[in-house]
Design a protein around this ligand. Structure first.
Ligand code: GLU
Length: 484
């Protein structure tokens, strides 16, 4: 069997969509698994909508995921000669013809067809022009090149994911091959390139299924062997409708900014349509490559479940060594003005202590900002639940006493802090929780978070004592009682 060659062919008309990233991943996995080649083609023939910043977003998104391509990037805008040559060939064989209908005329006719309840299609008017008429009009009017679709028969193909698919030729219109600006339209450029690049398998989103019969006609007309096709299930939001911005972020770069790790994204995307044998969901890249098989891809829609992605990312975040995670948090914390980027020595030491305490709970790098907030700023307000603990009878007195005892500690390690809290509770004959909860509320402004004694040790004596006394002042001043 010849070498497997697959490609991803994004158009730089928008940022890299997570659906495209999933398609890229499946192609890449298939190539790795088959020891074949994974190629990147930029479909930049839409001159109005193609933008260099989108191309950059696509390239850096694929690199971020680790989906490197094996040959230089192919740009369609640099291959116009090739399309012209192939278009001429089709024209000479009578398999393509020039169409002089203007966009306005086409639009009018489309509307009329809709008005009569007919599915709008090009009416093939220009297909029947004589050679003499064509030659005259070519000099007078702009034109597109259309494919002369066979009027009878059908196209049948075996989709790797979906099995046999059939289309009646009469349903397919004489689609445009070359636009009036001389640039090729998608289906035509795609076939010319896939053939020229030696693509053996086309794995793409199911929204392209209806293009496949047109492309198969083009392969036949050009006398080329078509690749095999696999149409991957569409990504759906949690309400099972097509994934769109209504469901949240759709571009890969937004997830990257949020602080999703590439290894979590790869793992998550791999499971969108692929059902590996076995129950395991968290899988490293090597394992995914080893197990990946197109026969385990199912055609039904794949749900992009954000909660699952966050859960999975949290899992990968907890696997990271502290040092590595701390480095990753720097830009997020520096943006808050909490440290320099790169941090100075003190900032780095403190960060190394804070990191393991937020690592337990964070699901994205971005979430660490909220979780670590009290390590860097005195709480400006207390959560309503925290207030409930603070305004309890006798709490001000307990916290004041605790602040005095903590102040005397020479070793502010978590063990000493814990012993001090517990001793106070025992002496006052209250449960330890009766001291622990309001202390957490006063020091962090919250009722949940990492281990209290550890976080206090990291904050240090001065901050803890200061925050406890501030809370005492606010309670005594009646400033908290009014809160909900
Ligand atoms: N440019 C097309 C897209 O972005 C490529 C489709 C294909 O893979 O053939 O959807």
């Amino acid at each position: 069997m010849s070498e497997v060659r697959v490609r991803i062919a994004p158009s730089p008309t928008g940022p890299l969509h997570v659906g495209h990233a999933r398609t890229a991943l499946f192609n890449w996995l298939f190539a790795r698994k088959s020891e074949g080649k994974f190629l990147l083609r930029i479909e930049d023939t839409d001159r109005e909508r193609s933008k260099p910043e989108f191309e950059q977003d696509i390239v850096s998104g694929l690199q971020w995921l680790g989906l490197y391509w094996d040959e230089p990037i192919v740009y369609q805008s640099q291959r116009l000669n090739l399309y012209q040559r192939e278009a001429k060939r089709l024209l000479d064989m009578g398999k393509a013809y020039p169409c002089f209908c203007s966009p306005e005329e086409l639009d009018e006719r489309r509307k009329a067809m809709l008005g009569r309840g007919i599915a709008p299609k090009y009416d093939r008017r220009c297909r029947h022009l004589s050679q003499a008429q064509r030659e005259r009009l070519i000099r007078e009017r702009p034109y597109v090149l259309r494919f002369a679709m066979p009027l009878e028969g059908e196209v049948i193909f075996q989709d790797i994911v979906r099995g046999e698919i059939r289309f009646a030729n009469r349903e397919l219109d004489d689609f445009v091959l070359v636009k009036s600006d001389g640039f090729p339209a998608y289906n035509f450029a795609c076939v010319v390139d896939d053939h020229d690049m030696g693509i053996t398998h086309v794995l793409r989103g199911e929204d392209h299924i209806s293009n496949t019969p047109r492309q198969l006609h083009l392969y036949a007309a050009l006398g080329c062997q078509p690749p095999q096709f696999a149409h991957l299930p569409l990504l759906l939001g949690s309400d099972r409708t097509k994934l769109s911005s209504r469901h949240g972020a759709t571009s890969l770069s937004e997830y990257r900014k949020m602080g999703i790790l590439p290894q979590a994204m790869v793992n998550f995307l791999a499971l969108l349509g692929w059902y590996p044998k076995g129950q395991k969901e968290v899988m490293g890249l090597d394992e995914i490559i080893a197990q990946f098989d197109l026969s385990d891809v199912r055609p039904s829609g794949a749900i992009f479940d954000l909660e699952k992605l966050l859960w999975m990312n949290g899992h990968y975040l907890r696997q990271l060594p502290t040092e590595r995670l701390a480095q990753m948090l720097v830009p997020y914390f520096a943006r808050q003005g909490w440290m320099h980027d790169p941090p100075n020595r003190d900032e780095r030491d403190y960060l190394m202590q804070v990191t393991p305490l937020v690592q337990e709970r964070m699901r994205t790098l971005g979430e660490a900002v909220d979780l670590a907030d009290f390590f860097y700023r005195e709480p400006e307000r207390y959560d309503p639940k925290a207030v409930k603990w603070l305004v309890k009878e006798g709490v001000a007195d307990l916290l004041f006493e605790l602040s005095n005892r903590l102040e005397l500690l020479t070793d502010f390690g978590s063990g000493q802090v814990e012993a001090t809290v517990r001793r106070l509770a025992a002496e006052r004959d209250v449960k330890a929780a009766e001291v622990i909860h309001p202390t957490r509320a006063a020091v962090t402004g919250r009722t949940e978070g990492p281990s209290l004694f550890h976080l206090m040790a990291v904050l240090g004596k001065e901050r803890c004592v200061g925050r406890l006394r501030k809370a005492v002042r606010l309670i005594q001043g009646g400033a908290l009682g009014a809160a909900p």
